[in-house]
Write a protein that binds this ligand. Structure first.
Ligand code: GLU
Length: 402
């Protein structure tokens, strides 16, 4: 177990808790799921997200990079050319990021409160700081203090080194359970909306950036192998916490205090490895887990062709649909896209559907969409005209469509 912070060495080594929270806000847990432990480095991606939310990427990028370091978490390292810490997941980067919260001129106590209340919103309950762990770490902070001095030397931070480290250590000492962690992680997976309380806390762009950095630098010096073997963007902490985030799907968290030589929870790593394998969660998996074929079915009656779509209409789905349409020999008459069964769409998917319809019209057909949920809110096509809208009943050629 981590023993460089004396209070952490006193933890019960046998604890083991696991929790999962889906982006729909369903939480499942097992084992020691109600035991509280300190966030430690698991706080880093969230603090980074808050800095991005408050200041935007350009300002944050001035003080911290986005490259994997492949080094130990407390390495005394800054980028050789501009002296920025290489990423926000190592201590140098995290200390720099914490000093941005609540504005660079913020009083340290207000900064800490801003962080504590933000972490509480992410967890959906009031979180407290473990004062014993905090005080214990402050007694042994020479290395982090040297990082802070180095950061001040290069004007990356303005706070006194002692203030900078104590703010950072307070952030690390916030207490959570694995259930909290899973929900916090699911908030990142869910584009910033806390899936249990429904509160919008972060922008989707901020979550995307945070998860990207987590995926390349979240697992200390084992980050590359972790992505290859487990394939879930993750962040671990020396108290034994580990969280993983699958964008658009779920947050998962484990807690077990014994660490491997890279500083990651031994049983946490085993648990996530197993879950990834058993549940098919690897982000780089090329299995067909993106689900259904986007064309549910096509029906033709006289001079009417209705194409029933389904699932998520993104670039890939729209390409499949349009490709299929180019291979169809319609007679003449009307071609209708039926969207009643789609689960969502992105901008590119919508743009491509509209362009497909425009070209079908150009080829001499009448066109329409059935869109009861208003997914295609803006029906204006590239030539400035609108896609006509029809009612489901008008084009329900078979029973199932209604
Ligand atoms: N507060 C700890 C430190 O800075 C966090 C380290 C970690 O969890 O990696 O040493």
């Amino acid at each position: 177990m981590a023993d460089y912070i004396p209070e952490l060495a006193k933890a019960e080594p046998d604890y083991l808790g696991v929790a999962i929270c889906t982006t729909t806000g369903h939480v499942y847990s097992a084992g020691d799921a109600e035991v509280e432990f300190t966030l430690q480095s698991v706080s880093k991606p969230f603090a980074y997200a808050l800095a991005l939310q408050e200041l935007g990427l350009d300002a944050v990028r001035e003080i911290v990079g986005m490259e994997p370091s492949g080094e130990a978490f407390n390495e005394l390292s800054l980028n050789r050319y501009d002296h920025r810490p290489v990423n926000p997941m190592i201590n140098a980067g995290a200390i720099a990021v914490t000093q941005l919260i609540n504005g660079v001129d913020s009083d340290p106590a207000e900064r800490v409160e801003q962080l504590r209340s933000y972490f509480s919103r992410l967890a959906g309950r009031e979180l407290k700081i473990d004062e014993k762990v905090r005080d214990s770490e402050l007694q042994v902070s020479d290395r982090n203090l040297s990082l802070a001095h180095m950061l001040r030397n290069y004007d990356i931070i303005q706070d006194e080194a002692h203030d900078a480290v104590s703010t950072y250590v307070e952030q690390c000492s916030i207490k959570v359970t694995v259930r909290d962690l899973a929900v916090m992680s699911a908030t990142l997976a869910n584009g910033g909306t806390q899936p249990v309380t429904g509160e919008k806390i972060l922008d989707a762009d901020v979550c995307r950036l945070t998860l990207s950095v987590m995926s390349s630098a979240g697992m200390y010096d084992g980050a590359g192998r972790w992505m290859a073997e487990v394939g879930i963007p993750a962040k671990s902490g020396v108290s034994g916490g580990l969280l993983g985030t699958l964008p658009g799907q779920l947050g998962v968290a484990t807690f077990s205090p014994r660490l491997n030589k890279e500083g990651n929870s031994v049983r946490g790593v085993d648990a996530l490895t197993l879950l990834s394998k058993d549940m098919g969660l690897h982000l780089m998996s090329t299995d067909e887990r993106y689900g259904v074929h986007p064309v549910r079915r096509m029906e033709t009656e006289d001079d009417l062709t209705v194409i029933f779509l389904q699932g998520l209409i993104n670039f890939n789905a729209a390409e499949t649909i349009l490709h299929q349409l180019t291979e169809c020999e319609f007679g003449e008459g009307t071609v209708v896209l039926e969207l009643s069964h789609i689960t969502g769409s992105n901008r590119m998917g919508r743009r491509m559907l509209k362009e497909g319809l425009r070209r079908i019209r150009e080829a001499g057909f009448d066109i329409a969409i059935v869109d009861p949920d208003g997914e295609l809110e803006d029906r204006t096509m590239a030539d400035g005209t609108e896609v006509p809208k029809g009612e489901p009943e008008d084009y329900a050629l078979s029973e199932e469509a209604v």
